[in-house]
Design a protein around this ligand. Structure first.
Ligand SMILES: NC(=O)c1ccc[n+]([C@@H]2O[C@H](COP(=O)([O-])OP(=O)(O)OC[C@H]3O[C@@H](n4cnc5c(N)ncnc54)[C@H](OP(=O)(O)O)[C@@H]3O)[C@@H](O)[C@H]2O)c1
Length: 269
């Protein structure tokens, strides 16, 4: 009975992981959310699928993660097979400002944007791994997957010329190195750590405004410079998660520390 814990399961890609994994009654799926009351789709899914259990924790609150880990341990007898760190902050408020594009006098805002992405996307993942690692080490599959982003890839950043979304991108690059550090520590023990980008995925909760469409078109133009064969269309969560799960399945301890795309390579789109 493989067990999975997915963070950020209230919506988007995290909710889709729960949807796909819960289809197999032999899987036990622990779905972690900040607030059950703002996750109606997940709650509906958990009433249809008895193998889904919804837990509450904030990834920036270590005590809440430890409490969630204790709940998982008491349900599984102290083990967890797969930890999927999917929760992230993707703040788009100023994402079209380059690092030197904040108006003079607004340096505090730049600092705040960098801090808050690092807090959730790096420190939050590290806290989550530390809280659940004893269970993963006692599990039989021993896979810790952190959902990263192609925006955290150095080479494609330079080739595409995409200078925006910098605080988020910096946080994902730092996450990739945190994953490598865990891999360095736990390779000999057979615990696999990997960072996987899900591609560009449509997780919008409402139709985009004309301004958002304009910004998206500019981003697509940049991305096409790095990926000329790409059709410019985002994936739906269903397709992305299917591909990411296939990559997770193929990973062995030889791949530990890798940063891969949903294709299982360095093609980010
Ligand atoms: N969508 C894309 O194109 C894309 C591309 C590359 C990488 N990614 C990565 O894929 C993952 C999922 O993306 P998405 O598009 O599905 O994101 P999303 O729709 O914005 O959902 C983010 C999820 O993270 C949760 N979350 C945020 N802060 C949290 C915290 N402090 N503690 C616990 N949960 C928290 C949110 O919970 P609430 O509902 O409570 O806010 C939500 O469930 C992320 O790691 C993202 O960086 C996405």
């Amino acid at each position: 009975m493989p067990s999975y814990l997915i963070t950020g399961a209230s919506r988007g890609i995290g909710l889709e992981f729960v949807r796909q994994l819960s289809k197999y009654p032999s899987n036990r799926v622990f779905a972690l959310v900040r607030n059950k009351h703002t996750a109606p789709q997940l709650l509906a899914l958990s009433t249809q699928h008895p193998n889904v259990r919804v837990l509450q924790a904030d990834v920036v609150d270590y005590a809440s993660l430890k409490a969630a880990a204790a709940e998982v341990a008491s349900a599984t007898g102290g083990t967890l097979d797969y930890l999927i760190n999917n929760a992230a902050l993707i703040d788009q408020e100023r994402h079209m400002l380059a690092l030197d594009g904040y108006p003079e006098g607004q340096e505090a805002l730049l600092e705040e944007d960098i801090h808050k992405h690092i807090q959730v996307n790096v420190i939050g993942v590290i806290h989550t791994i530390n809280a659940f690692l004893p269970l993963v080490r006692a599990g039989s599959t021993k896979k810790v997957i952190s959902i990263s982003s192609g925006l955290g890839d150095h080479a494609s950043t330079v080739v595409s010329g995409y200078a925006f979304s910098a605080p988020y991108s910096i946080s994902k690059a730092a996450l990739n190195l945190a994953v490598a550090k865990y891999a360095a520590q736990y390779k000999d023990e057979g615990v696999l750590f990997a960072a996987i980008s899900p591609g560009l995925v449509n997780t919008a909760q409402k139709p985009p405004s004309p301004e958002e469409l304009e910004v998206f078109a500019q981003m697509v133009e940049r991305f096409k410079v790095a990926a000329p064969g790409w059709d410019g269309r985002p994936l739906e969560p269903e397709q992305s998660v299917k591909m990411v799960l296939a990559v997770i399945d193929r990973l062995t301890i030889k791949d530990t520390g890798a940063f891969l795309s949903h294709h299982g390579n360095k093609e980010w789109l």
